[in-house]
Write a protein that binds this ligand. Structure first.
Ligand SMILES: [Zn+2]
Length: 383
């Protein structure tokens, strides 16, 4: 296990005496999407188990997630849609009308036992994260990140949109400029759409181009309040570092936010079955760390991620970074046992890399900086 090493921006924050908080719930251990769904894998429980075994939760900082009420949900979602989720879950069967109108009960957005409470807990956690961050700490809520959720329908494995609620919470607390940065492999369409008409919110999304939901093209500026950076296949660390430094940070500083909400999906990592991005976890953690320095208040959530080994190591690593820990190059046996016990239908056994079981930090994955990536930076910075 590593010794404590205070690094960069996280160190400055810790020295100021403001400890980060980790918001989660035991509900994520007991409910799930059901067989054959890409999210039917161990996720948050593994992140918590790794952090506990590394002693990264010993000094406190864990906050049990509140559960959002119907009234809170109604601030973004339509009451008929919320009621449909409750009714369909209780009935155990989804009507044809709900399937068509709300996109519920499909392969993509199945209705399963415990769904409503789980989705409300995700929203409650992001509301709590924003409240805590408003007082100046960094709030980490890896079970959030349902960025495709729409006001009146489910979309892309997302039922409610917890990010929208984190941002609405900041706005209700009279924050005038809230930055949203989405590092998930898919476009953060639901969040962009929600605030397209609100100049208090600026959304930035880096995602793989020509991938579902096929929105977020480079010339899509969301009514002037968004920038989109759709990147080519096999996107590497060198290119991500370049876009963060050359485009994302300058745009973020230009907006001068009072709060930042970051979605750090794990599906941009090398080895994820639902994208071809090739990032190392150190690259994404470094990007998140730099983004936490943009505003006094920061909320960081998870998002997509369909490889249980790479996602749990990334999301544990973000908590380690926030607490000034260096990522251990060799994990203790207890963590190796946790990682060795994971299973995933979408990752073939022979593709499980040995370092996914024994180490928290990936090797860096530098590569060529392609002209197409340089052009994206120019386009989003230009008038
Ligand atoms: Zn995604």
């Amino acid at each position: 296990m590593s010794e404590l090493l205070k690094t960069g921006d996280a160190r400055d924050r810790l020295q100021s005496g403001i400890e980060p908080v980790f918001i989660s719930s035991e509900i994520y251990r007991s409910t799930g999407y059901g067989n054959n769904h890409p999210l039917a894998i161990a996720r948050i429980a593994t992140v918590l188990d790794i952090c506990e075994n590394l002693g990264w939760l010993d000094t406190g900082g864990y906050v049990d997630s509140p559960v959002a009420s119907f009234e809170e949900l109604s601030k973004f979602h339509t009451p008929d849609y919320i009621q449909a989720i409750i009714s369909e879950e209780n009935a155990g069967i989804v009507s044809k009308e709900s399937r068509e109108r709300y996109k519920l009960g499909t392969m993509e957005n199945p209705v399963f036992r415990g769904l409503f409470k789980r989705a409300c807990t995700s929203v409650g956690g992001s509301i709590e994260a924003a409240k805590r961050a408003a007082s100046g700490c960094t709030a980490y809520h890896p079970s959030g990140g349902t960025h495709h959720g729409q006001p009146g329908r489910a979309s892309g494995f997302c039922y409610f949109n917890d990010l929208v609620f984190a941002i609405l919470t900041f706005l209700a607390l009279d924050f005038q400029r809230v930055l949203y940065v989405d590092l998930d492999a898919h476009h953060g369409d639901g969040v962009q759409d929600a605030f397209e008409q609100d100049s208090r919110v600026f959304t930035l999304s880096i995602h793989e181009k020509e991938r579902w939901p096929y929105t977020g093209k480079v010339d899509d500026r969301g009514g002037g309040n968004a920038r989109n950076l759709p990147v080519p296949r096999q996107f590497n660390d060198t290119e991500m570092d370049y876009l963060i430094k050359t485009a994302v940070l300058p745009l973020a500083r230009r907006f001068n936010p009072q709060a930042t909400v970051i979605t750090c999906g794990a599906d941009g990592l090398a080895g994820d079955p639902l994208s071809s991005m090739q990032l190392s976890n150190g690259c994404l953690i470094g990007a998140v760390e730099q983004l936490t320095s943009i505003a006094p208040s920061t909320v960081i959530v998870g998002g997509g991620g369909y490889n249980p080994w790479t996602l749990s190591r990334l999301w544990a690593g973000i908590w380690g970074m926030l607490n000034g820990h260096q990522l251990p190059s060799i994990l203790p046996d207890s963590c190796e046992n946790i990682l060795s016990a994971l299973e995933c239908d979408l990752v073939d056994e022979e593709d499980v890399e040995s370092h996914w079981l024994t180490s928290l930090a990936d090797p860096d994955n530098p590569g060529p900086l392609r002209d197409e990536v340089k052009r994206i930076a120019e386009q989003v910075l230009g008038d």
